[in-house]
Write a protein that binds this ligand. Sequence first.
Ligand code: GLN
Ligand code: ZN
Length: 757
Amino acid sequence: MVTTHNLGFPRIGAGRELKFALEAYWKGQSSRDELNSLGAQLRQRHWKNQSGLDFVPVGDFSFYDHILDMSFTLGNLPERVRGFQGEALDNYFRVARGRSVSQDACCGVQAGEMTKWFDTNYHYIVPEFAATTEFALDASRLLAQLAEARAQGINVKPVIIGPVTYLWIGKTKDGSDKLALLERLLPVYGELLNLLAAHGVEWVQIDEPVLVTELDTEWRHALTLAYHHLKTSRVKLLLATYFGQLQDNLHLACTLPVAGIHLDAINAQSEVTQLADLLPSYKVLSLGVVNGRNIWKTDLDATLDWLQPVHHRLGDRLWIAPSCSLLHVPVDLSGERKLDPEIRSWLAFALQKLDELKILAAALNQGRAAVAAELEDNRAAIAARRASARVNNPAVKAALAGITPASGRRKSVYAVRARQQAALLNLPAYPTTTIGSFPQTAEIRLARSRFKSGELDEAGYKVAMQAEIARCVHEQEALELDVLVHGEPERNDMVEYFGEQLDGYAFSQFGWVQSYGSRCVKPPILFGDISRPKAMTVEWIKYAQSLTAKPMKGMLTGPVTILNWSFVRDDQPRSVSCRQIALAIRAEVLDLEKAGVRVIQIDEAALREGLPLRKAQWRQYLDWAVDAFRIAANGVQDDTQIHTHMCYSEFNDIMAAIADMDADVITIETSRSDMELLDAFDGFKYPNEIGPGVYDIHSPNIPTREHIVQLMRRAEARIPAERLWVNPDCGLKTRQWAEVIPALRNMVAAARQLRTI
Ligand code: GLN
Ligand code: ZN
């Protein structure tokens, strides 16, 4: 018999109940007891949702982040919160977000740093280490949840982060070697496992996703050391890997003294046979056969075709599960009433994925005939999707075939273009601009929601947005900025806005996925060939341009960012979908140019985060990503100026690719790194223009003129002054007008001062 299990379940709730409960608690509108009881309700509901599986995860629920939970379990609290007495939950929120409830004025601390969990869009709170870090077990959370699950009659499998991954994803604050802490950490893990054994636990899932990354000898050795230390514990360990292939860590993974291994067979199907060959016969092999990262139905026939022989070989030693925790997908498709029924019939959210898992198990255990009807339904849905005219658009395929190397090349090199652009735009030295958005005021949000609910008609909405655009333009003129923007009032989100207007995209109503804490995102669903039925931004930009004699920037989101922030179809390479988006954006760029817009910005905020987990695969990704950007951007005349924007600060390792995009101007986030980031551009001799952000828009602080001048002086030490722009480091959407006006006033004054010397 094959064993079924799950690695983790989304905790936010199908109706985002956890989000609302957290936010009410933080605002002081509900009590700790109410929050705790909502947590317990959600856990119960989710365990019930998973009933029918042989093992159900326990400990995957979290009030904010499961890595932060692990830090608390290991007694690894940052020094700055140790002094606070009182409820552990409040301290937990202090680390997570700087304070507990909003009245917690006395006890605010610096929030823990947050970063992306491997290549997902989930953010965890980075564990903090120092040479002096000591660990001490606090198993209360896990034991309490274990008891709750047992009371519900659940066959439990506690889930924890493994010691090596825990160290790997953390940061030392004093420059010490975090691996040196392993020796101190392992006894605490040992204690935890024995405690779980004492509570009657048979299996523990221990997550070591580091095994899908490139590891040096020391880290590989750490894995060996750790699992040899833990092998004396009285539970069975299921070592879980996910998000990729094991590759050169495959042998290591097989030799670790654990009772079983989980492999992400969606990303690493090619390694299944080898793993089955190498794995000692007393170990269990768990295969992740349902994709935990996307929202498509599994092709059950195709899966069974390769899985059945593996089952024959392994018999009871085979377990099956989703490829990774279902944290990364929405909860339940059945609430989606507005989704087009045809598209809906191709999808599976977390609950539907667990149903698929059960069908697969039944087919393996009892033969396909036992689930003939379910398989037939699945077959029909898969076939319908494959053949659907909504997915396949021959015109898009033909347009893609028409792309030539020349499509991605400007007519002249940057030096030639720069002269023509200077002649056309006639900008001063140190030109000033902003990144695109201006404050999204309550009025803008109200107008949008009234428009969505039908209370405001299209004409009324247009008038309201034009009024906002006019306000933005007038403010920028008063500030005497050099290159203006329209302010993006009509955009709720920089990807959704374009997705909604492109053919080949669908939108769910409740397809929320946790990004961090109470923050959720609802990625648009890219289901088919992408095309642009009509211009998407031209009318707004033309209107904005009509209000001023200064250059108005056209503002677009780039193809790579649109792709990386969507659920993407799995029936063709991502690179192909990206090229299709690139062609749609290219058409928009050319329409803007035709309408007289001569400065066009194409944001690629998410280019970096698409990098594969293994460096060896970076080249390939960057090649197609840069290629897509070039196709989108480079069809314009030499004197049209292309800008791009990236809001992060690590460029060192991708500098060649950034230069290869060949944008005339790139604006980046630098204000928090004191321009050190520009070293990468300097070292590489980056040839085009750069706007290093001089105003940290993530903070309410108003930068002074002196500070901005100082930052720009540092920039000049690295980049020739004639290629520098002066701008904030990202869009101003989340700020208030009252902050933005004085900040930009200082920025313009700083540029003036720079010009005089
Ligand atoms: N143009 C967008 C804005 O200004 C860019 C946002 C981003 O880079 N995240 O909001
Ligand atoms: Zn940005």
